[in-house]
Design a protein around this ligand. Sequence first.
Ligand SMILES: [Zn+2]
Length: 407
Amino acid sequence: MPPNVFMLVIDSLRADAVFGPQVATPNIDRYIEAGAAFRQCVCSSTTTTPSFSSILTGCYPPRHGVRGLQGYRLNSAIATIAEAFSDTGYQTHAEVTGPLLPETGILRGFDEARHRPGYKAPFFGWRDEICNRMQSYTDPWFLLLHIWEVHRPYRSPPDFNKRRDKAGYEAALAATDEYLQPLFDVAGDNTIVVITGDHGEDYPNSELGLQKVRWARRLRRATKLGSWFPYLDSKLAGQEIGHGFALYEHLVRVPLVLAGPGLAATSVEDQVRHVDLFPTLADLCGVSAPAVLDGRSLRPLIEGPGLPEEPAYMEAVGVKLAGNRIVGVRTPDWKLLRRGNGRPSLYKLDGGGPPNERRNLYSRYPEVTGRLEEFLERVQSSAVSESGMTTEEESVVEQHLRDLGYL
Ligand SMILES: [Zn+2]
């Protein structure tokens, strides 16, 4: 019997929060120790719906067509992971939240898909329902579970008060790990467990830091600083919290863990991408993946002999960046970014170590920029015409985004 797949995506899950020592996540740690832990995984977008579209199709945003939270539907010409697994005889289930509405098209191919509103229906309230349902699944099954507990505002037991700082984020993650244990218990031995986040998160280190961010926002709004002091304005604009507005390392680096049958314990330091997840799972489960994908199977990194380095493409398209999208390309050593029609920038990342994302080295390394820009152009040339929604679908999505506080 082929293995089942339990794909857990924790919204806004930072790589350093899971792989670092600061948050106790003993349940997730068990999978990190037992399976393949990818320590340098990069998402394709710092916004939920476009990022999930890459996870579920193995394609970058230009090819899958979901270039923002609003008004985009998945390119109907490309296959989803649910369709591919379903065609091979898997029962496919999706339990999702946040902006992952059926109207976006990204739940295409799931035999059963349930969407719950993020804040109104916290996972802590429906976990037991999922546990019971998992026990009744017919083998082989594929489950996508998307939970919202680490998305701001962070709410953690016992009081579930809203918090927006680092301590609040870490408390929510620790509680989430604890709550997940029964699900891992019922997943069973013949199940590949995948743990990742759709993108990272930016949070102030303290309540005082949060006040500073609010102050900067008010000042920019009140003074229209950008027209007089663009440098100071860009400094203040950098004082952001949440995700979707930029492509900093803490926003694009997510954990990726695969554990289960056929996956020996290994720690992979090479850069991998969310678009690699679909072809990898297909390879591990004997499912055929589509011929044209932006990702590739990571099996040679798990079992040896390794893979040649490939760059990662990414976008920041948050609701408020409409028309001013940031596109980027990352290697373990470099990150090249381009915002709208503005001047590009190049940052040194130091092989995945502490990055310097303030010093623009664009004019100093023409060879590097040439290579990265060529890759960027190639990915962008795969763009499909941006697919719209009907007015009715638009208004359903808009109402949900309003409920989530995005609009
Ligand atoms: Zn998200």
